[in-house]
Design a protein around this ligand. Structure first.
Ligand code: GUN
Length: 297
């Protein structure tokens, strides 16, 4: 393809979708407040990681914007793990806290699994607790990780029923790849999970009606790997000299795909919107209310 070939793919506007979702959540929060319930999200940041500080700040701002209570707890980089576990215990016991998020990565002296599994699974708005992972895998009511949930919403919005579609998930992380595969399977897609040891990736990709790229390698997925008309969801956020780029080579892929998420403005804004969706869901469940419509798989 030359640079002059017109783009054929429809861009998937995650920014607009997420704004719409947050507006809907704000309406539901207002209705809950009218019944005397204010959803609340506590975010815990250990250390000074600059990227994590940016994420935590924007999570707090957007939480407040939809009318929820927001608390930010900070611990120093060298805090003993026992201090973090004690804080989590307090948040677990506090009925005004409906969601708890411990920002990752944690300092190296901490055991990430032990920390995550100390969170009350009902307040685990990241969906990382082992019980929520197991519930998702077995088709039970779970808290679902935010980024894959956001990708699923975009896919359903674009394609409707995902049943029988060939879906390729590139990447097998616990945060994105694995839960994404579970969600697609739950929607009756035929799911392949590719990773760093996969030998025939371009070939697999050419068979996929849906591609979810979550490898963390800049512009890794090339346009000539894409099946014409496929829906491409790019989870990557890679900082390069040329700016922020995804895991998909957007320019070449956009000539072949039917629809594609840009970076930035695609999946990224969906992650925080789904964190708010999960906080609302957790609040509803804690108060014996039905799950809000369309925010859970
Ligand atoms: N760090 C990067 N992504 C995430 C996420 O989705 N949740 C948490 N808790 N930390 C992260």
């Amino acid at each position: 393809m030359t640079a002059t070939t017109p783009m054929t793919a429809t861009p998937i506007d995650g920014k607009a979708f997420a704004a719409h979702l947050r507006a809907r959540i704000a309406t539901e929060v207002a209705a809950m407040k009218a019944r005397g319930i204010t959803p609340g999200l506590a975010v815990v940041l250990v250390g000074e990681d600059p990227a994590s500080q940016v994420y935590v700040r924007s999570k707090g701002r957007m939480t407040r914007e939809v009318g929820m209570n927001s608390w930010e707890h900070r611990l120093p980089t060298d805090a003993p793990q026992a201090d973090l576990l004690a804080l989590i215990d307090r948040l677990n016991a506090d009925p005004s806290v409906n969601g708890i998020l411990v920002q990752l990565p944690l300092p190296r002296h901490m055991d990430e699994s032990a920390v995550i599994n100390a969170i009350d699974p009902a307040k685990d708005v990241d969906g990382f607790h082992i019980l929520n992972v197991g519930r998702l895998a077995t088709g039970q009511k779970a808290m679902v990780p935010c980024t894959p949930l956001g990708c699923l919403m975009l896919l359903r919005d674009r394609l409707g029923d995902l049943g029988g579609k060939n879906a390729l998930v590139i990447g097998r992380s616990n945060i994105v790849g694995k839960p994404m595969a579970q969600l697609l399977l739950r929607d009756s897609a035929t799911v392949t999970v590719a990773h760093s040891r996969t030998t025939n990736l371009p070939e697999l990709c050419r068979q996929a009606d849906i591609v979810v790229a979550a490898v963390g390698r800049a512009q890794f997925v090339k346009g000539d790997w894409i099946k014409p008309g496929a829906t491409v969801i790019d989870v990557g956020i890679n900082r390069t000299d040329g700016g922020l780029v995804g895991d998909v080579d957007f320019d070449s892929a956009a000539h072949v795909a039917g629809a594609i998420t840009p970076v930035p403005g695609g999946v990224g804004p969906m992650t925080i919107a789904c964190l708010l969706a999960n906080t609302l869901t957790a609040t509803a469940r804690a108060n014996g209310l039905p799950d809000p419509e369309g925010l859970t798989p």
